[in-house]
Structure formats: structure tokens, C-alpha cells
Design a protein around this ligand. Structure first.
Ligand code: H2U
Ligand code: ZN
Length: 349
């Protein structure tokens, strides 16, 4: 299939119904543009100025407890707030607005300021997965909440405001665009084929193998055929489950394990504290069964060819459609080639 490796082409994303332009011949273009800062490898275990470290004061004056494991709190600068009344504005069908109640939470993965998922042990990540499950359940059970979006911005390149290992949880009344597109597409696929889009896609990728990065008994990490970001991955549950609520204890452990292995591979790729935005897509919590939904995570990392050169989504991406140079197959091979022992743990020669 030389179309996929040599010629410019478009690939279709069946999860969103959108296309991505792939330009495999363009990988060697010169770069004289922005260079990312590399990370400070010597972060302290505790930073007295960090608003997420145990015992420290947050921006609103509240003090964090001396927490020992995970720690969740209501975001002091929440983008969404609970609201009593629903309001809608529609003017000439062109000016349309509606109130959007919700909740925003912050979850610290560890009391240690210097850690990342890639530097935590699997037994340390398990409580993080359990917290994701508990927060999803608790927020999803609220009447006004119909979707729970968990996401992590890691690294300054992705807009993280603080290196302390943490994620955010935004629980909304409406279903946000990305989840809504995936919901629609998974529903249409189920109606048309009588089977789950992502179960079928995973079976196909498992039989081909070339885009698989790593796997365990319950999860597979792969570069989707339609990936946009250079080293974008998806982590898919091998069982047809719709959300965190459905995870068995074994699956909680397996998710912790694959996240650790995948993030170690990411760090090892350019021997850096690898930035990304990642998050989970799960079924809406509006009370409908959503049997079409297949639980998964997306990792969207910006780095392209080194620790300092990133992909920008500008120009054609903003005005036309997303475009990538390195093919998903090449990116998967690169990620498969690196070790699952973190480069900082390797003995120095
Ligand atoms: P990000 O690094 O992804 O921006 O997440 C940090 C969040 O922490 C951010 O949403 C919140 C910010 O509003 N925050 C607090 O809730 N309290 C603080 O004292 C500072 C930051
Ligand atoms: Zn900290």
C-alpha cells in the first residue's frame, strides 16, 4: 500500500467523521522556527511555592491537607459552576446561547512534586485510576451532569500551569463537541453494523499489528490509522465497556499498567519529560444506556522530531483540516522500538 507510505493522501476518522491530510514525503523539511524549552530534570520532591503540594496554601487561601496518596478538590477557578436556572437565548436563529452548569475538580496524582505517571509505580497509579472512577461516578450521578471529562495537560508546551502531577475533571450539563461526535458516530455504526465501532477497529488493528504500541490483558495502546498529532495514541479497553464504572479490579490494575508503560515509552522517545494532553472518553451520564460507547483514552502529544521541535496546528490545520508528516505506521514503529525502562532509571555507564 504505497499510497499510505509515499504519497500525499487523506485518511478518514470513523470516530469523528473528519479527515486528516497525510504528507509522508514532507518529514525532512528544515526547521528554523520555535524551539521548546526542555524540562528541568531536578524538580524537588516538595516545592514550598507549589499550590498543589501537601500542606501548601492555594490561590484562594485554602490550605491543602498533608495528603499521602491522591488528593482531589474543587477547582478554585472553575470554568463551570452549578446554576439554579436554565436559560436560553435564540435570536433570528443566528445568536444562540444556553446556560451551562457544571463542576470542575483538580486531582493530584501524588504528594510528590517531582513525579509524573511515567515515574510512578503501578501500585501508585492504581489509586489514580480508582479516583478517576470514583469522581466519574459521583459527578455523573448528579442530576445536572450529563458528561464527565477527565483530562491531563502535561508540560508547559501543553499549557499545564504547574509541573506537580495532576489532572482536571470537568463535569458538564451538555455533552461536549468531541464526545458528542464520537457518540453520534458510534451510534450510527452500531445501527448499521450491529457491532461496536471500536471493538471492530481494535480487532482489525490487532490482526494487522503495525500500529500497535503495547498491550496487556485488558488494554491496547495504538496509533490510530487517522492520528493527527505526530505520536498520538489511543488506549482501548479490549472488553466492550462504556466507562470507568464498568472497570473490574483487574482492569483498574491493567489500565494503571498500560498508562505507565506508554508514558515511559513517550519519555524515552526523546529522553525528555514528554508533554501531552490526554483524556478519557466514556459514555454520557444522562441515564440512557449508550451501549454504542466503547471506553478509551486519547493522548495528544505535540512533539514532532525532538524534545524541542513541536507540531503546530496552524495555517492549513486551522483553515483546512489537520495535517501530519510522519505516518502513523512510522510513529508506531518508533514508539515500539524504545524501552519500557525509564531513561532516568538506567544505570549511568
Ligand atoms: P492545569 O495545570 O491543567 O491548568 O490545571 C491546574 C488547575 O488548578 C487550573 O484549572 C487550578 C487552576 O484553575 N488551581 C486551583 O484550583 N487552585 C489554585 O490555587 C491554583 C490553580
Ligand atoms: Zn507540588
Amino acid at each position: 500500500m504505497s499510497l499510505l507510505s509515499n504519497a500525499s493522501h487523506r485518511r478518514f476518522n470513523p470516530l469523528t467523521g473528519e479527515w486528516v491530510l497525510v504528507s509522508p514525503h514532507r518529514t525532512s523539511r528544515p526547521w528554523q522556527g520555535q524551539v521548546e524549552k526542555t524540562h528541568d530534570p531536578d524538580r524537588p520532591r516538595y516545592d514550598p511555592t507549589c499550590y498543589l503540594c501537601p500542606g501548601n496554601e492555594r490561590a484562594n487561601g485554602e490550605r491543602n491537607p498533608a495528603y499521602k496518596g491522591v488528593f482531589a478538590f474543587g477547582n478554585d477557578f472553575a470554568a463551570l459552576t452549578p446554576q439554579a436556572s436554565a436559560e436560553e437565548i435564540v435570536q433570528d436563529g443566528l445568536l444562540v446561547a444556553q446556560s451551562e452548569p457544571g463542576r470542575c475538580r483538580v486531582l493530584c496524582f501524588s504528594p510528590r512534586h517531582d513525579l509524573t505517571l511515567s515515574r510512578m509505580t503501578v501500585p501508585e497509579i492504581v489509586p489514580v485510576v480508582e479516583a478517576w472512577r470514583d469522581e466519574s461516578l459521583r459527578l455523573g450521578a448528579l442530576d445536572m451532569i450529563n458528561y464527565v471529562q477527565i483530562f491531563e495537560n502535561r508540560g508547559a508546551a501543553m499549557g499545564a500551569s504547574n509541573p506537580h502531577p495532576h489532572c482536571q475533571i470537568w463535569a458538564t450539563h451538555s455533552i461536549p463537541n468531541e464526545a458528542a461526535k464520537e457518540s453520534e458516530r458510534q451510534g450510527a455504526y452500531l445501527a448499521q453494523n450491529g457491532s461496536c465501532l471500536l471493538c471492530d477497529y481494535l480487532a482489525l488493528e490487532q490482526s494487522l499489528g503495525e500500529r500497535i504500541v503495547c498491550r496487556n490483558d485488558h488494554f491496547v495502546a495504538l496509533i490510530p490509522f487517522w492520528a493527527i498529532w505526530p505520536f498520538e495514541t489511543m488506549v482501548l479497553a479490549t472488553r466492550h465497556i462504556g466507562s470507568f464504572d464498568d472497570l473490574t479490579a483487574d482492569e483498574v490494575g491493567a489500565l494503571a499498567e498500560i498508562l505507565q508503560r506508554l508514558t515511559i515509552r513517550y519519555d524515552n522517545l526523546f529522553e525528555t519529560d514528554f508533554p501531552y494532553s490526554m483524556g478519557f472518553h466514556q459514555r454520557p451520564t444522562d441515564g440512557a444506556p449508550h451501549a454504542n460507547w466503547h471506553f478509551h483514552a486519547h493522548f495528544y502529544p505535540p512533539l514532532l522530531r525532538s524534545a524541542t521541535v513541536r507540531k503546530f496546528m496552524v495555517g492549513f490545520e486551522m483553515l483546512g483540516e489537520p495535517q501530519r508528516d510522519i505516518t502513523p505506521e512510522t510513529a508506531a514503529a518508533r514508539l515500539r522500538d524504545v524501552s519500557e525502562t525509564h531513561y532516568l532509571d538506567k544505570p549511568t555507564p
